[in-house]
Design a protein around this ligand. Structure first.
Ligand code: SF4
Ligand code: SF4
Length: 351
């Protein structure tokens, strides 16, 4: 069993466990003359306010439970967290999936596989013909109650989008905990043996985020490097690599604070604002649902407790398609994390 890299903000009673404290910290950062108004910057880029083009992806965050406690976690997940979606909310998610016409159900957490609703939702969404994504930390697939999931995921042709900070052990273990890299490689081997990354029906994507306060390198060149290195060292195959920029919230914000780098990092994101990336930010075609059924523009807004704006229904029980599918997005300074450089989303770079 890997040694956790850290503990949750909630367990350590950090003030950052409160999303209001995180928002106030970001709003209070001295940007040294830079304009920190993301909504205005996005409106200039799009020649219109940042709004939604439709609900193509229903992203379900099943809770905060996780077998790991990574330093950079934007969810503040960990073994001590107990939040989990109820069956009633999961059933409502499947109803909203139908009502919204979303073609993709993107399941995340925590480690979503630890949720009591994970298999129910996968089965329900697949039976309805939806493409299903499991955002997996890999090591969960080695733990005893979940080892059957490699077969389960393959049988349901679920796309596995697996996070792995780096193809080198030291960098990954520094962010995720001692022993996590070795477990991740073993999980990738099992996925490959089952056909993931080799059978076109079993798509396996890796996701990397920088191990430090810098932006990701180019996605295409990193993908070639990762494919070469993981094949050479471990005979691992995968379909694609997504690069994701670390969002300055939750435990990554705590890490920045500890290093005295919050100002420098936020300024870096603002300086790297790329107008061409705005059209591809994930809130434009996604609706994010929390473990308790609350609705958000994206998983980051969910963690910062920034709900839908404009008087829209805030809970899945009162979902209304028309206004929610045409909503204006609620933004904040953290949004510069989605538009820096090549852009960043759950689908990797946006340009
Ligand atoms: S980053 Fe992912 S794997 Fe790590 S603690 Fe957070 S939810 Fe778990
Ligand atoms: S943080 Fe969320 S709301 Fe802000 S730009 Fe990114 S996806 Fe959109």
């Amino acid at each position: 069993m890997p040694t956790p890299a850290t503990s949750s903000l909630q367990r350590s009673r950090s003030p950052l466990a409160d999303p209001r404290w995180q928002r106030a910290r970001l709003d209070g950062v001295d940007l040294a003359g830079r304009d920190g108004d993301f909504a205005a910057a996005a409106e200039v880029a799009l020649k219109a306010p940042l709004s939604v083009t439709g609900i193509e992806i229903l992203q379900l965050n099943l809770g905060r439970r996780c077998n790991l406690a990574c330093v950079h976690c934007h969810v503040d997940a960990g073994p001590d967290r107990k939040e989990d979606m109820s069956r009633a909310t999961a059933e409502r998610c499947l109803e909203v999936m139908e009502a919204s016409g979303a073609g993709v159900v993107d399941i995340t957490g925590g480690a979503p596989e630890m949720s009591d609703q994970f298999e129910f939702l996968v089965q329900g969404a697949r039976a309805a013909g939806r493409h299903v994504i499991d955002r997996c930390n890999l090591s969960i697939l080695l733990t005893r109650p979940y080892a059957h999931l490699v077969d389960f995921l393959a049988e349901h042709e679920v796309e596995v989008v697996a996070s792995l900070p780096h193809y080198r052990k030291l960098s990954t273990d520094r962010q995720r905990g001692d022993g996590v890299f070795d477990d991740s490689i073993e999980a990738l081997r099992r996925l490959n043996e089952r056909g993931y990354g080799r059978d076109p029906k079993l798509r396996l994507v890796l996701v990397t985020n920088p191990v430090g306060a810098f932006l990701p390198a180019g996605q295409a060149s990193l993908e070639a490097e990762w494919k070469r290195e993981l094949k050479r060292a471990y005979d691992i195959d995968f379909d694609a690599l997504f690069t994701i920029t670390n969002m300055p919230i939750s435990r990554y914000l705590e890490w920045l604070e500890t290093k005295g780098q919050t100002e420098a990092y936020l300024r870096k994101l603002v300086d790297a604002f790329n107008p061409a990336s705005v059209a591809g930010v994930m809130c434009r075609n996604t609706l994010s649902v929390g473990w308790d059924g609350r609705l958000f523009d994206c998983d980051f807004n969910q963690m910062l407790d920034i709900g839908l704006t404009g008087g829209l229904p805030g809970h899945i029980d009162s979902f209304e398609l028309e206004p929610i599918a045409r909503r204006t997005v609620a933004t904040g300074r953290h949004c510069f994390g989605c538009t820096a450089g090549a852009g960043s989303s759950c689908g990797g770079a946006t340009t």
